[in-house]
Design a protein around this ligand. Structure first.
Ligand code: FAD
Ligand code: UDP
Length: 364
């Protein structure tokens, strides 16, 4: 008999499995993919750690979480400074004085502020959607070159039909600072993410290529409790209807050149380029290999047979999620967690925080 059957060997499931094992609990971890690590998984190809499910840059403002992670890896000094490629011209991200200087030929913060204040004034009311939110934060020029096309590609909807919360995280700065994140702690684990998961799961029994939902009854019989980190609507057989997700396709290429784009991440912000980003993996770890591996990220409509990468947290989906959540609360043996189980646009730090919070409640 297992104390916990943990569905999903991603970050939430693995952090929980680690903490539970430390407390002497017997854990069975089921994973339907053929590897551990969920979307944080990295694999080594040509001596390069490839982020198979898109760029994963660890950052946090919480010292406790930084210290938690450092038990399992050593972080390098990578700082994410992505570029935007708009119709062949390169700009710095996030929106800062380097971007504004190239965009308007200006050099001082005051000049940039004057332009943005004038453009922002076009939106007088409280923003109700992503388009209004962007216009009220950065004005028309930045919105049209860097946000409109990218966002429509990424989400498959017009910006005015998207919740404003999606762009809560893009900083706007009046300094020449290209660090995409504000958090004080940031880095890439030396040697990739998968090694972290090997350590987190060392004391658990892990079964890969195993879909819990296909053998639900059997696993329920051999476990006292279930921690489910897949999609909450799939667990309940979509009985109220399916929640919406956005998917992606990652196309990897091995190139016979040592340096393809000179930076880890380039965003293609026009609406016609079919992909949103190109990742050049070696730059996450300052690689000097002779070859390079890049991935192009193509946004994709989601259906039940492909990976649900992003929850779409608009009002309709949120209301539907609340119905599933109410159903979940009636099940005493069952706990939902993580980006899919909680239907939240969690970064790694949020996922770890949520898993550790559950540990505090559950592992007394
Ligand atoms: P997941 O990683 O999705 O793990 C869930 C696991 O459950 C999966 O492996 C899945 O196969 C398995 N599973 C589902 N259903 C079943 C079933 N029925 N039976 C068995 N197994 C099942 N965060 C950052 O902090 N920095 C970043 O730069 C960053 N970049 C990102 C880029 C992309 C493209 C994406 C999609 C996410 C990014 N994130 C980033 C977020 C990060 O990936 C998540 O916070 C984290 O991976 C969530 O962990 P999780 O365990 O909740 O989910
Ligand atoms: N975004 C944008 N232009 C960019 C980068 C981001 O318009 O160059 C918007 C877009 O709507 C995206 C959101 O900001 O979905 C969040 O972007 P981020 O890169 O932080 O999210 P991720 O996809 O890595 O989770």
């Amino acid at each position: 008999m297992f104390d916990y059957c943990i569905v999903g060997a991603g970050l939430f499931g693995s952090v929980f499995a680690y903490e539970a094992s430390q407390k002497g609990k017997k854990c069975l971890v089921l994973e339907k993919r053929n590897h551990i690590g969920g979307n944080c998984y990295t694999k080594e190809l040509e001596n390069i750690n490839v982020h198979s499910y898109g760029a994963h840059i660890f950052r946090t403002s919480d010292e406790k979480i930084w210290n938690f992670m450092k038990q399992f890896c050593e972080f390098n000094h990578f700082i994410n400074s992505p570029l935007a490629n708009y119709k062949g011209t390169i700009y710095n991200l996030p929106f800062n004085m380097n971007t504004f200087s190239k965009l308007w030929g200006i050099s001082t913060p005051q000049e940039a502020q004057n332009i943005i204040t004038k453009q922002k004034a076009l939106i007088q009311k409280e923003p109700e959607n992503l388009e209004e939110q962007a216009l009220s934060l950065v004005g028309k020029d930045v919105y049209e070159k860097f946000i409109k096309g990218y966002t429509q590609k990424q989400w498959g909807r017009a910006c005015k039909d998207l919740p404003k919360s999606i762009i809560r995280r893009i900083p706007v700065r009046f300094t020449y600072d290209n660090n995409y994140f504000n958090d004080p702690y940031q880095g890439i684990p030396k040697g990739g993410y998968t090694k972290i998961f090997e350590k987190l799961l060392r004391q658990s029994e892990v079964r890969l290529n195993t879909d819990f939902l296909r053998h639900k009854k059997d696993f329920e019989k051999i476990s006292r409790k279930i921690i489910f980190t897949g999609t909450i609507d799939s667990y309940f057989e979509y009985q109220f209807g399916a929640l919406e997700y956005r998917s992606l396709e990652f196309k990897e290429e091995l190139l016979d050149t040592p340096n393809y784009q000179g930076v880890a991440v380039v965003n293609f912000t026009d609406e016609n380029t079919p992909y949103t980003r190109i990742i050049e993996h070696k730059h996450f770890e300052f690689g000097t290999q002779e070859k390079t591996i890049i991935s192009k990220e193509y946004p994709k409509a989601w259906s039940q047979d492909i990976e649900p990468y992003y929850p779409i947290n608009d009002e309709a989906n949120q209301a539907l999620y609340e119905k599933y959540k109410a159903l979940a609360q009636k099940e005493h043996k069952l706990i939902f967690g993580g980006r899919l189980g909680e239907y939240k646009y969690y970064d790694m730090t949020d996922t770890i925080a949520s898993a550790l919070k559950l540990c505090e409640r559950e592992l007394v």
